[in-house]
Design a protein around this ligand. Structure first.
Ligand code: PLP
Length: 404
């Protein structure tokens, strides 16, 4: 059952006062707050289950290994992957994209080959490709967006050539909130034999993701944006792809045997997990996913959609309001500007009123150029936010607006 009062009690930080005002936390796109059970899992892990995993014969090491591998299965179930071998733990979305950019371009790309991305990508899905572009002389092509902030699908079709080797695109935009029609994008790419990577950083906390139903080749997300800890994230890859790609980093864990002459790499998924993994982080991430599953991702989506509609309607009542991103399918992220008030000024003054919003380019500078602006104010909601908090935001924006 979705009970907002019970849910809010799970997040102690929501009871904090900021400058003596109740905290209104609308910066969930950057990171979410953590429920008590996740923090307790971390504490319990270090207090009762801490030993390095995989190589130990002793009790604690075996228990910690079991917990880590159990966490992998939880992730597998959460996104409906075929096998736990398809789940690689990374530090987050950024590291997962860098891993694919590096290993995929090493194995599957030659000079002159192309990657398709979109105009609404986070820097994490631009810069890794730029680094590879410089190394291997590959290029990337960009799907433009419409005024409403949706991808131009006609243009997408035209970007393919016989040099296209990968489509790497965000599932949900962290600025516009657009939920991209990923099933169609994937089908179009697959018709041409091109695999697809989806950046799910802003999708998994809000909508049900089924990697098999999507038939996506790679899917990545970060733990900290889905009520889990920082420093842990996930790369899903179809087994046949992960088998084919070379390791990203070398070291412990990712080897089967090493001599000075030759190293035999470990099996999946360990081939991609060099060094001691964040085994406490993985179990805490699994706890976060279980927490969401107990509430129900679809229940969360209903609540968040209500918040989105309510906030959009109320924001539009404000004089001089400009909202960026009005896609038909939209997640609970609203980017806006008010009159000529600079986004930093608005953000700083809202902060003094206890409201946390994000301001700036949101790591999407090319999108800002496209929109012809320097930055926006971004309010992004989570399962624990309320309409009353949105009312506080609206009153506070009005207060700031009248000061200018
Ligand atoms: N991709 C998108 C769409 C994001 O919103 C973010 C973070 O804001 C990232 C990637 C990067 O995530 P992380 O910093 O957790 O690696």
């Amino acid at each position: 059952m979705f009970n907002i009062d019970t849910i809010r009690k799970d997040f102690p930080i929501l009871g904090e006062k900021i400058y003596n005002k109740p905290l209104v936390y609308f910066d969930n796109g950057a990171t979410t707050q953590k429920p008590r059970c996740v923090v307790e899992k971390i504490e319990q892990g270090y207090y009762t289950l801490n030993a390095n995993i995989h190589r130990g014969v002793h009790y604690l090491s075996q228990k910690a290994t079991e917990a880590h591998e159990e966490a992998r299965k939880t992730v597998q179930t959460f996104i409906n992957a075929r096998s736990a071998r398809e789940i690689v733990f990374t530090r987050g979305t950024t590291e997962a994209i860098n891993l694919i950019a590096s290993s995929f371009s090493d194995e599957c790309m030659e000079e002159g080959d192309e990657v398709i991305i979109s105009a609404m990508e986070h820097h994490s899905n631009i810069v890794p490709w730029q680094i590879q572009a410089a190394r291997k002389n590959i290029t990337f092509k960009v799907i433009p967006i419409t005024e409403k902030g949706e991808l131009c699908l006609d243009s997408y079709q035209k970007l393919f050539s016989d040099k296209t080797k990968l489509v790497s695109i965000t599932h949900v935009s962290n600025v516009l909130g657009t939920v991209n029609p990923v099933k169609v994008l994937i089908e179009e790419a697959h018709k041409r034999g091109v695999p697809v990577l989806l950046d799910g950083a802003q999708a998994v906390p809000h909508i049900q993701v089924d990697v098999q139903a999507l038939d996506v080749d790679f899917y990545v997300f970060s733990g900290h944006k889905i009520y889990g800890p920082t420093g842990i994230g996930v790369l899903y890859g179809k087994e046949e792809w992960l088998e084919k790609l070379p390791p990203y980093q070398g070291g412990g864990e990712m080897i089967a045997s090493v001599s000075f002459e030759k190293t035999v790499f470990n099996e999946l998924p360990f081939k991609f997990e060099a060094g001691t993994p964040d085994y406490i982080g993985s179990t805490a991430l699994a706890e976060a996913l279980n927490y969401i599953s107990r509430i129900g991702i679809n229940q969360i989506a209903v609540h968040e959609n209500e918040l989105l509609s309510y906030a959009t309607a109320r924001l539009k009542e404000i004089e001089g309001m400009r909202i960026f991103g009005e896609a038909k399918e939209k997640s609970c992220v609203i980017s806006f500007l008010v009159g000529h008030i600079h986004h930093y000024d608005m953000g700083m003054l809202l902060d003094r009123l206890g409201i946390a919003v994000r301001t700036g380019h949101h790591c999407a500078e090319p999108l800002m150029h496209e929109l012809g602006i320097e930055g926006t104010i971004r309010a992004s909601f989570a399962l624990y936010n309320t309409k009353e908090e949105i009312d506080t935001l609206i009153e506070s924006i009005e207060r700031v607006r009248k000061m200018f």
